[in-house]
Design a protein around this ligand. Structure first.
Ligand code: BDP
Length: 729
């Protein structure tokens, strides 16, 4: 083995000499070697590489000669720690800690309470509007000296402000004349893990669970702190650490002791721990005969359990509950409603300020069109949930499908707190293998008009809590990172995690700008790198839908949700294709799910002519020869979409390949290989779906498009060969 490396070294040396002779100092070979350390993606968007632009570097150094942080609270220690890591990396020198502003170039960080300087600056009127988490960053003069101030009402605001300030340097922004005010629009900005006790991760594609129950609480893996830093840097303030298909063991002393150790590590970063609970825990752990929420013994059992949890974790956030769905137990089992189940837990948590996040993802195949169920079940309960309950609704009425309309529950529950649930992990979008930046997908939903209170009441507005005057607001993202070195397997899954956090803070953010921000933080500030990767990212969501489920098709994948299987029983139920046509009729002539939307939308979607193309087959069953706005038939449009998806992946590949030498070699090669896999899979999706639908439509593939190289049978057989990366516990 050693011999092999020695000979590689010799070859490299010869190559260098050869290139020097040829006088090719700008070749890729040299460019790749300019990176001091191999980049493994571990630092995600907190890389803090030395600022490359010389002028900027000098400006930054002049403006930040010293830092003044007065308080020593535990969150302020995180602030100091982050400034140490960040500034020493970006500015390539040790931070000088100051006790006063006696020269130009001091960064002052404080609240009116913990800093006399901030108090003297009279920020009260500005800070009044910022709550606990908001912050301001301003260029200002103090004692006649030029200074930069990060101010907030609370330490946590300062932590967010510090990350905000470091981001300015990381993304090479000018800090000459700062006047930034930022505050979150949503209260609970939570990530959800679907981790099991045996460390398998449901729909996780990046190794085993981050939480090593075997070595906790003794070994506090530094990775836990980095996890908290990464989340806090994008404004996340809560984490549900276990699977919604919940094992009751997580609320036993063995686990609570270990979870408390995690909570201790997350607290200095403002992150609260929540747990998913199994509704039948009173029977499973307490040996009670029932888990009926109206049973007094059951209620007392939960009260005791909650008390015990708070004795381990004094600032415990609360419970997340998946009830009466996909085989999970819930109040329905005992003839009780979701509200009765949720309120029983809410009452136990109330004395400690804990909350219940109660999922609306319920379906039991009670109806022919499963997407109707959540609405039909929850709307009659509107107004019955306690104040510290928040109903967690998946973004769409079906699941985390690549493309579907927003769930009609947003806007329909006017007397209930509601939060949205997005998926970052790529369950339906190529697992850890495909590049799909989901920012635009999240934003599409958040910007959708519900018409709940007339035109312009978007999903985002409802989540903000002002439309219905809610006592609790929230946004959840199912992230499922694992113990692989770069956390997410595909490095670009990190971009969706990033966008989720930033949108949870402010749902009006522009997702193209968020992409750019992420690229600068994660890869480089080089303009060419930024533009090319941005193009790839913004194409990626279209591509993923086009080669998979265009025009509103949905859920036509294999059992493990990775590959295509339009011929399967489940898929056929969703696309309803036959010799006459394709699509699910959800209008009055069909399941009438359309009636769950407000009249303005219902009317729009009732007519295929006014339904946007991307939702056409979600709402309508139409003949293959149906004429689209473009004048083409539905069949031809569908086929062309599939081909377009593959072309888009090719464009992404070309863009990436152009960056050779501008991206560190490790990540360059990794993503290059992953894009090849994505292209292979996109072709498989395209060919399998086009051939299957053609077997029904009996219409030709347009002549200018290449004919799939194999028969439908070939693609059907492939279904069985697809690896199953998803591990069931
Ligand atoms: C589905 C997943 C399943 C989850 C479920 C849920 O396939 O693994 O348990 O959602 O969100 O999308 O509860």
């Amino acid at each position: 083995m050693l011999g092999f490396f020695v000979s590689i070294k010799k070859v490299r040396l010869k190559l260098i000499v050869f290139l020097l002779i040829l006088n090719l100092p700008n070749s890729d070979f040299f460019a790749q070697d300019t990176y001091s350390e191999p980049e493994d993606g571990y630092r995600m968007w907190l890389r803090y590489e030395k600022v490359k632009d010389n002028d900027l570097f000098q400006n930054y150094r002049n403006d930040i000669k010293g830092v003044l942080v007065s308080s020593t609270s535990f969150i302020m220690n995180s602030v100091r720690e982050e400034l140490n890591i960040g500034l020493s990396g970006l500015l390539d020198n040790q931070v000088e800690w100051k006790s006063k502003v006696d020269a130009d170039g001091v960064l002052v960080i404080g609240t009116p309470e913990n800093s006399k300087i901030i108090q003297s600056l009279n920020f009260e009127s500005k800070l009044k509007l910022l709550g606990d988490d908001g912050y301001i960053i301003e260029t200002i003069r103090i004692n006649g000296h030029r200074a930069i101030v990060v101010a907030a009402n609370h330490d946590l605001g300062l932590l967010y402000g510090t990350f905000g300030f470091l981001k300015l340097l990381q993304t090479n922004r000018s800090i000459n004349d700062l006047n930034i005010v930022s505050k979150p629009k949503i209260q609970c900005r939570v990530v959800n893990h679907w981790d099991n006790a045996n460390r398998s991760v449901e729909r996780g594609y990046a190794g085993i669970s981050l939480w090593d129950w075997g070595t906790l609480p003794n070994f506090k893996d530094p990775r836990y702190t980095d996890y908290a830093r990464l989340n806090a840097s994008i404004g996340i303030n809560g984490t549900v650490i276990n699977n919604v298909n919940a094992e009751s063991c997580f609320i036993t002393p063995y686990y609570l002791e270990r979870i408390a150790a995690l909570a201790d590590l997350f607290r200095p970063y403002g992150i609260k721990v929540y747990l998913s609970i199994n509704f039948n825990s009173p029977q499973q752990l307490g040996r009670l005969n029932t888990s009926d929420p109206m049973d007094q013994e059951v209620q007392m059992w939960w009260q005791e359990k909650v008390k015990e949890i708070y004795s381990y974790i004094p600032d415990f956030g609360g419970f997340l509950v998946k009830a009466d769905s996909e085989g999970q137990p819930g109040p329905n089992t005992y003839g009780r409603t979701h509200a009765e189940g949720a309120n029983m837990l809410a009452k136990a948590l109330k004395p400690y300020d804990g909350i219940v996040m109660w999922r609306a993802f319920v379906y039991g195949n009670h109806q022919k069109d499963r997407i109707r169920e959540a609405y039909d079940e929850f709307v009659p309960l509107d107004g019955q949930f306690d104040e510290n309950v928040i109903v967690q609704i998946k973004k769409g009425p079906l699941d985390f499908m690549p493309h579907e309309p927003f769930s009609p529950l947003f806007g329909a529950l006017s007397k209930t707190n509601t939060m949205i649930e997005f998926q970052v992990t790529q369950e339906y979008l190529g697992n850890g293998y495909h590049l799909v930046y989901k920012g635009p997908m999240y934003s599409d939903i958040l910007q959708s008009d519900t018409y709940a209170k007339g035109k312009g009441t978007t999903v985002g507005h409802i989540l903000e809590g002002k439309v219905f005057n809610n006592s609790l607001t929230g946004m959840a993202g199912v992230i499922n990172p694992g113990n692989v070195r770069n956390w997410t397997a595909h490095p670009f899954v990190q971009s969706s995690w990033y966008a989720f956090g930033r949108l949870a803070w402010d749902f009006t953010e522009n997702t193209t700008e968020l992409a750019e921000e992420w690229i600068r933080l994660t890869f480089s500030n080089d303009a060419d790198v930024v533009e090319k990767i941005k193009l790839m990212m913004m194409l990626s969501a279209h591509a993923a839908v086009n080669y998979r489920e265009p025009l509103g098709l949905t859920h036509i994948g294999t059992g493990n949700h990775y590959g295509p299987a339009p011929w399967s029983v489940r898929s056929r139920n969703f696309h309803q294709a036959n010799e006459q046509g394709i699509g699910f009729d959800r209008t009055e002539t069909g399941s009438n799910a359309i009636a769950q939307y407000k009249p303005q939308l219902k009317n729009k979607y009732s007519n295929p002519k006014s339904t946007p193309d991307d939702l056409l087959l979600w709402f309508h069953h139409l003949p293959w020869s149906y004429q689209m706005h473009s004048g083409k038939t539905l069949w031809e449009t569908l086929v062309r979409k599939y081909y377009q998806g593959v072309d888009e992946v090719e464009r992404m590949q070309n863009s990436w390949n152009d960056l050779k030498g501008k991206i560190d070699i490790n990540r360059f090669n990794h993503v290059k290989a992953l894009l090849e896999i994505q292209k292979r899979d996109a072709l498989q999706w395209r060919n399998a779906c086009v051939l299957y639908f053609q077997s029904l439509s009996k219409m030709p593939i347009p002549k200018d498009l290449e004919t799939p190289p194999y028969s439908l049978d070939y693609y059907k057989k492939l279904e069985k060969q697809i690896p199953v990366p998803f591990l069931k516990p």
